[in-house]
Design a protein around this ligand. Structure first.
Ligand code: ACO
Length: 433
């Protein structure tokens, strides 16, 4: 932490009457933090915050979220501005380097990412070890983790050049790995990347082209794909990013750390939500049944939650959801698709936003509420939705991992606990139990 404490926060032990001054640090914007690093040494107590609802785990200059106002900034630039005016690799450069690139920097960056898109040929053998019906996220966890077995020349995390090469490799190879997971599942041959295509175009080509036909790129769809990548590129210290940081804090190599992030993203409370939204909309099936599902979501004895609704940080409309809804209309219009699920989703959103339960808890649609409808219209199977999220989020994970490794004050992540198990007790031999 570079800045000095702006003030102190005094904590008083009501029993002993002793007071402790804790330093308070201000960020550039957003809430300040109370520095509790010396708390245990000074007071003998830990803080207790399961789910980290009030805990800052690091300092970071990458992404800022104001959840009450519904604001998301990357390096100071608003997400809707970036989604409207930049392309994904420009945003990737911004996240990794801190500034928007000049035209020359952008050209070099695009070239460097593009020329790392191929996989070591031996890696394709890896796929053949999986069952054809394996979930592509399972394949992603395995193959991305396995990259560390193939790229030994970029595993030294203390060498800035190797860190950079590993970052390029991860951002560049993720679309190839993802598309291969899909092709494997449907029994089609793998497509090699084409270096004259943009990042989003290349992904669509590797996903949907077949050797026997010419693939015609639809610019509306490639723009939508690019925008979906931008909208998912980073989101500060969410579960998967914190997982990447925690894994990386022990000095693990970047490929292993990103594989850990993919595992964390998979869950339906996080990146798996877009898949869960579509399954939920399909299950609801008709507008007449929305009220029944809203009732289920309100019922504390029912584990059902309205997927795509609510967010740990946003207590307002997720700014990404607005862009996603616009993109959804554009894609469906381009494809001439009339998806009843879109009407159902819009009606569900309207009714939930009028419902006291959702209003009082400030539960709004999140980024995943509309993304599934777009992806389905574009021809992605539901099981690939979270994979696309992982492709896009890789640059955020890598930027956060790099920032952590480059922080001179970085320590291994090691939370403590409130122990509630038995105190020390003697071992009882099995014949006496
Ligand atoms: N449906 C019904 N009730 C909900 C929902 C929901 N989707 N989300 C939150 N609530 C309720 C909770 O039951 C809780 O009610 P209570 O105060 O009466 O106990 C209250 O709203 C607060 O919710 P928490 O679970 O405490 O909020 P938390 O920050 O822990 O959870 C989460 C956030 C996991 C995203 C949650 O809103 C959720 O499960 N949403 C559905 C899954 C989803 O869409 N995830 C995607 C998140 S975005 C992303 O990862 C890209």
């Amino acid at each position: 932490m570079s800045n000095a404490a702006s003030k102190t926060f005094t904590l008083t032990d009501n029993q002993s009457g002793e007071s402790f001054d804790l330093p308070v640090f201000d960020g550039s914007v957003g809430p300040s933090v109370i520095d509790v690093r010396r708390l245990y040494g000074d007071t003998g107590h830990f803080t207790y915050d399961p789910g980290f609802t009030s805990t800052g785990s690091c300092d970071s200059a990458i992404t800022f979220i104001d959840g009450d106002e519904g604001i998301l900034l990357h390096r100071g630039y608003a997400i809707d501005d970036l989604a409207e005016r930049a392309d994904f690799l420009e945003v990737a450069y911004l996240l990794l380097n801190g500034e928007l690139p000049t035209a020359a920097q952008k050209a070099t960056f695009d070239h460097d990412v593009t020329y790392h898109t191929m996989l070591h040929e031996q890696l394709s053998n890896f796929y053949r070890g999986f069952r054809r019906d394996a979930h592509p996220m399972a394949i992603m966890c395995g193959v991305v983790g396995a990259l560390s077995a193939f790229y030994h020349d970029s595993l030294d995390i203390y060498d800035p050049h190797q860190r950079m090469v590993a970052s390029f490799r991860l951002v560049a190879k993720m679309p190839t790995i993802a598309a291969m997971a899909y092709k494997y599942s449907i029994g089609q041959p793998f497509n090699y990347p084409q270096n004259d295509l943009s990042y989003a175009e290349n992904f669509l080509h590797m996903m949907f082209s077949v050797p026997s036909e010419t693939y015609v790129m639809n610019p509306v769809l490639s723009k939508a794909m690019d925008r979906i990548f931008i909208l998912h590129a980073d989101h500060e210290q969410n579960a998967s990013t914190s997982t990447v940081r925690l894994a990386g804090s022990s000095g693990a190599n970047p490929f292993a750390c990103i594989a850990a992030g993919i595992a964390s993203l998979w869950g339906p409370a996080h990146g798996g939500a877009n898949e869960a939204v579509l399954n939920m909309l399909t299950e609801i099936g008709h507008k007449d049944r929305i009220a029944e599902y809203i009732k289920k979501a309100r019922d504390k004895d029912d584990p059902f939650r309205l997927f795509g609704f609510g967010h740990r940080v946003y207590k307002n409309y997720d700014p990404r959801a607005k862009v996603m809804q616009e993109t959804c209309h554009e894609v469906l219009a381009e494809l001439g698709v009339e998806d009843p699920l879109l009407d159902l989703a819009m009606e569900l959103e309207k009714l939930a936003l009028e419902d006291e339960y959702f209003v009082s808890r400030k539960l709004y649609p999140n980024v995943d509420f509309y993304s599934g409808i777009i992806l389905k219209a574009m021809g992605f199977p539901v099981s690939m939705f979270t994979v696309l999220f992982a492709v896009a989020r890789t640059v955020g994970w890598v930027a956060q991992w790099k920032e952590m490794i480059e922080d001179p004050g970085q320590k291994i992540g090691r939370p403590r606990q409130l122990y509630t198990g038995p105190d020390a007790r003697p071992y009882i031999p099995i014949d006496q139990r």
